[in-house]
Design a protein around this ligand. Structure first.
Ligand SMILES: [Zn+2]
Length: 340
């Protein structure tokens, strides 16, 4: 099959489009013919080098495609059935997995990070990862959903305990997690404030449903939030930008507000003033992916049309280097796809 592999860590030039043997299908797995795979910032981190990645390695966390073949022990799938993949790997029988807390499993990793991913024509995965999707979504839309929607759902619903009527600040409207968080917060009838770096992106954020938009290059986020909320601040901040916005995000919280973070795109080292943390009773929460239960819960809303993915553009798998450069320069609004 055709696949994109990395044999060393580095820039987009290490992505090699090449012929490799088809994966061996285990009896408890399903073989899926990949049609679309969306990119995440994680792909850039893995390409640049993360611990635990064995070379050569196939990137790609978010897969949509068709069932090619089901292993001997697997029933309930038809050849050609349209499916998306849960973007996570877990053991399935430890205490955490059995409690439904797959993202706390010691073997937990993201598809395309600790295990080979979907930048290829065929992928074999456990049946639990294979989820049929309805005709209302095309392959590119289906591949845009899993990682960012389960991440945003775990952050807002699982951890921050979002409630109708709250005010939510979502950093980085143009990112995959940003668009998903805006959609989810609006589904909960919340007031959404978001940030982006150009007029065109601010317009698109409004079209997604954001009530207020802030240009993070031209305006000071905390000052605008103070004006919008009559000095009160927001209930929840959805962070993933990291060092560049951390101080501003902390200033935007109301008393007893919650900041939940799942990323550090602009850098991992930030300062926390402990006096503010305790005196203002703030909650700082770290989030990594989500559980299989949460994935199925959020997919239910996507399949019913209550939550919609945002697809920016698609590249052929053979042009994946251009897709990485496009994501790296933050030119997108929503998800970037590669098609096999
Ligand atoms: Zn486990």
């Amino acid at each position: 099959m055709k696949a994109v592999r990395i044999h060393q860590f580095g820039g987009p030039e290490v992505l090699m489009y090449e012929n490799i043997p088809d994966p061996q299908l285990r009896k408890d797995q399903v073989l899926v013919r990949v049609k679309a795979c969306s990119l995440n910032h994680l792909d850039l981190w893995v390409r640049k080098g993360l611990p635990g990645v064995k070379l050569p390695h196939i990137l790609g966390s978010d897969v949509a495609g068709e069932v090619a073949e089901a292993g001997e022990y697997i029933s309930g799938f038809a050849s050609g059935q349209r499916v998306l993949l849960a973007p996570m790997h877990f053991c399935g029988d430890c205490a955490k997995c059995l409690a439904g807390l797959q993202n706390q499993c010691r073997e937990f990793t993201v598809l395309g990070n600790g295990v080979d991913g979907g930048n290829c024509e065929l992928i074999a995965v456990p049946a639990a990862n294979v989820i049929p999707f309805p005709d209302s979504l095309d392959f590119n839309e289906a591949a845009s959903v899993p990682l960012v929607f389960v991440t945003a759902w775990h952050m807002l619903v699982g951890l921050a305990e979002i409630r109708p009527g709250q005010t939510v600040l979502v950093l980085g409207a143009s990112s995959g997690v940003g668009t998903a968080a805006i959609r989810i917060a609006k589904m909960f009838h919340c007031r959404v404030i978001t940030t982006a770096g150009s007029d065109a992106k601010l317009e698109k954020a409004k079209a997604l449903g954001a009530d207020f938009v802030i240009d993070h290059y031209k305006q000071k986020i905390s000052e605008e939030v103070r004006k919008i909320t009559s000095k009160e601040g927001v209930d929840i901040v959805v962070e993933h930008v990291g060092a560049a916005t951390w101080d501003e995000s902390m200033k935007c919280l109301k008393s007893a507000g919650t900041l939940v973070t799942c990323g550090a795109t602009t850098g991992p080292n930030v300062a926390v003033d402990l006096r503010h943390l305790f005196a203002r009773r703030l909650r700082l929460l770290g989030s990594y992916m989500g559980t299989m239960g949460e994935l199925h819960e959020v997919l239910g809303h996507v399949f019913a049309g209550r939550l919609k993915p945002v697809v920016d553009r698609a590249f052929p798998l053979s042009e994946i280097r251009a897709a990485h450069e496009y994501l790296e320069k933050s030119q997108m609004f929503g998800k970037v796809i590669v098609n096999t």
